[in-house]
Write a protein that binds this ligand. Sequence first.
Ligand SMILES: NC(=O)c1ccc[n+]([C@@H]2O[C@H](COP(=O)([O-])OP(=O)(O)OC[C@H]3O[C@@H](n4cnc5c(N)ncnc54)[C@H](O)[C@@H]3O)[C@@H](O)[C@H]2O)c1
Ligand SMILES: O[C@H]1[C@H](O)[C@@H](O)[C@H](O)[C@@H](O)[C@H]1O
Length: 338
Amino acid sequence: MSTQNLHVAVVGAGLMGADHVQRLARRTAGATVSAVVDIDQERAQAAADMASPARTFSSVEDLIKAGAAEAVVLATPGFLHEEALLQLIDAGIPVMCEKPLTPGPESSLRVVEAEVAAGQRLVQVGFMRRFDAGYRQLKNIIDAGTYGELLMLHHQHRNASVPETFTNEMVIHDSVVHEFDAVRFFSGEEISNVAVRTGRHTSKGTELVRDPQLVTIQTSSGLLATVEIFVNAKLGYQVLTQAVFEEGVVKIGESAGPTVIAESRTGSAIDQTYHTRFVEAYDEEIQQWVNSVATGVPVGPSAWDGYATAAVCGAGVSAQQSGEITSVDMAHKPALYA
Ligand SMILES: NC(=O)c1ccc[n+]([C@@H]2O[C@H](COP(=O)([O-])OP(=O)(O)OC[C@H]3O[C@@H](n4cnc5c(N)ncnc54)[C@H](O)[C@@H]3O)[C@@H](O)[C@H]2O)c1
Ligand SMILES: O[C@H]1[C@H](O)[C@@H](O)[C@H](O)[C@@H](O)[C@H]1O
């Protein structure tokens, strides 16, 4: 494998995939987009044109047969990830898989088992918040014990809107999956139980979602975290975290650019999408992944992290339906992820 110019194929050229094509082509050192795969060939071609002279394919199988990629960024919808991941692991090709690893614990465990059978870590999961500067600063403060022990985490996760096809289950495995990973990242612990409550809801939302929802999470040592998830919040895109310590409170995510005092107002802009809110985090995620493929030393969230969050999502969807505090069933962690 060339260490200077990794040939990367992007599979799925939709919103996120097209973004990754541009990122790899224009802002990532040591990588070239060698191919774009999409069942929609026009989309594949449009994305490939941004990275000319990338080839196009309509399936992962054809991509592998043509030997057209040394590594893959997988950005198809989550329910399609398992099949592609199993093919790529079988071919020994490293993958940066957009979250979720898969939408359910059973399918995610099959991916983990395939990687364990292959005997090497090939999959990184796209939990880009781990690469966000604010997340990293808070993690350092927690680990250093600067303000004493971490007692509680409060998250607010607001999307301007979601498509009409977005379901209540997707609120958990597409959106809150980020906070499940964040709580594991900040605490260094697995999540033991989860509960979901709904109350007064917006009349401005989409048909299939009861919005907003309040998710409570508890880790193995008892740390509690709350998540307000509001996917049709209209105001824009906000991801905020407040960490409560024995001797202080730390907030991250609140500033989006300069504070302007003018025209009888003071304030700052609100990001409208994750594309801008997390642009530096995505850039860092992809750059570190490319570097790690070259060195052979994985650095980002693993398939185990993808599985562990999927297990919490499974409990979260049950909790959404039952209204009960629901325990998380988790498989034994293989030594590959020690
Ligand atoms: N990390 C983040 O913040 C973030 C943000 C948005 C989306 N995502 C994730 O990225 C992934 C893609 O989301 P999106 O919003 O870009 O979706 P999208 O629907 O915009 O794009 C998906 C693309 O996959 C293509 N596709 C469908 N079936 C295919 C197949 N069998 N083979 C090849 N291509 C196929 C579609 O034609 C489409 O172009 C999802 O897993 C999603 O959860 C992550
Ligand atoms: O797929 C998106 C993406 O993961 C965003 O980061 C998250 O904020 C959205 O809620 C989700 O729908």
